[in-house]
Design a protein around this ligand. Structure first.
Ligand code: NAD
Length: 384
């Protein structure tokens, strides 16, 4: 299979590129270093430095033998993207290439506009490049569970049967993103559904929860092949922040009451989900939506898990609720279906104490370069 990976330098894109190359697929990884640039601009650099994409691809080739073609280019540049799709002739595209930070998208006008334009244009361009130059190609697009928000009813897998005045119809499940970033994902899904039903695009839209972990079969070959690990308030997920706080003795900063429930998954499971989506393409004209997470728990429960894992390493982990910088429900009903990927064969790797202990150990090795000032929220959901 020939797979084009947009966002191939990213936390998920790089391990995906290696994992699929290791499967013997022809891989082309595309990136414009938007994340690295924003991280530098906002003082949010990753904990461990990672070589640029061509060097990582060379190293992977030297150690493993698998080949990853690299193209440093911006997916918002349609002429270059359509040239690449024509030249590489992919069977599938995995589209990760978006600005993924919710706090960044809420800083102000410039950051909001950059997020909106980048994310929608990248999606729009890959849709058109596929329609024009590779019409049978399967587009596997990363959405987010955050598209659904926290409704007071069960979250279905993408679609909802609605009965109204005695008649029934199936609609995209109602969505309400909690940040501008999440809203761009909602808009992406609408675009994908429009092009699937109108022009026969084949799409899998993966509604993914927060991913944690650094451990993959290929990344284990050399520390320079590890995915990026951000721990600051802009690019770091709550899991990464808690791990770093536990290691540095800073109390875990629970936002508000800590009852926010989300669905989480291990990086190893993201790789499995992508492979399962690629191995099971959808027919032309179909938008398949799969909820991509394996376990759901509240922020307070996550803090407790990190505290328990810290105890194993002799760390005194404390928890300190702080005012919530976001506009979100802090206690709410949450029950999201996630059977589609399990039915395709996903074998979950749960967040066990052992997994957290290993991650804490890994973070501890870089303790001296952690900048604890980056752990507190710098962005609030206030009117600019
Ligand atoms: N990591 C998670 O927990 C998580 C959860 C849900 C959804 N997602 C989604 O998965 C995708 C990947 O997330 P990630 O955590 O790997 O983020 P990331 O920022 O590490 O990776 C995204 C990559 O895309 C690149 N990129 C962005 N815009 C581009 C453009 N116009 N042209 C070329 N490259 C571009 C960035 O430079 C970056 O390397 C994103 O779409 C994100 O919204 C991630």
């Amino acid at each position: 299979m020939r797979v084009l990976i947009l966002g191939g330098d990213g936390y998920l894109g790089w391990p995906t590129s290696m994992a699929l190359a290791a499967r013997g697929y022809d891989i082309c990884a595309v990136d414009n270093y938007l994340r690295r640039n924003i991280a530098r601009e906002t003082d949010s650099e990753a904990l461990m430095p990672s070589p640029h994409l061509p060097s990582r691809a060379e190293l992977f080739h030297a150690l493993h033998g698998g080949k990853i073609r690299v193209e440093i280019m911006d997916c918002t540049d349609y002429r270059r993207l359509e040239w690449l799709v024509r030249d590489f002739a992919p069977d599938a595209v995995v589209h990760y290439a978006e600005q993924p930070s919710a706090p960044y998208s809420m800083i102000g006008f410039v950051e909001a506009r950059r997020t909106l334009v980048n994310n929608l244009e990248a999606t729009f361009n890959i849709v058109w490049a596929i329609l024009e130059h590779a019409p049978n190609c399967h587009l596997v697009k990363l959405g987010t569970m955050g598209e659904y928000g926290t409704p007071n009813i069960d979250i279905e897998e993408g679609w909802l049967d609605v009965e109204h005045n005695g008649r029934r119809h199936k609609f995209l499940y109602p969505r309400q993103g909690g940040s501008l970033y999440h809203t761009t994902k909602v808009l992406d899904t609408d675009l994908l559904w429009f092009y699937a039903r109108t022009y026969g695009l084949r799409v899998t839209d993966l509604m993914q929860g927060p991913v944690y972990g650094l451990d993959t079969a290929e990344a284990a070959m050399d520390p320079r092949l590890a995915p990026n690990f951000h721990y600051d308030d802009i690019f770091g997920t709550v899991v990464n922040r808690f791990l770093v706080q536990a290691v540095t003795g800073v109390p875990l900063t629970v936002y508000g009451r800590g009852g926010q429930t989300r669905g989480y998954l291990n990086l190893k499971d993201t790789l499995q989900c992508i492979a399962l989506a690629l191995d099971n393409p959808v027919p032309a004209g179909q938008l398949r939506i799969l909820n991509q997470f394996t376990e759901q728990f509240t922020v307070n429960q996550l803090a407790e898990r990190v505290r328990a894992a810290g105890r194993v390493l002799g760390l005194d982990v404390r928890v300190q609720p702080i005012p919530n910088p976001r506009k979100e429900m802090e206690e709410h009903y949450y029950n999201a279906r996630h059977s589609g990927l399990l039915e395709l064969g996903l074998q979950p790797h749960p967040m066990t104490e052992q997994v957290l202990v290993e991650m804490l150990g890994r973070v501890a090795r870089h303790k001296e370069v952690i900048d604890v000032r980056k752990l507190l929220p710098r962005v609030a959901w206030n009117k600019p």
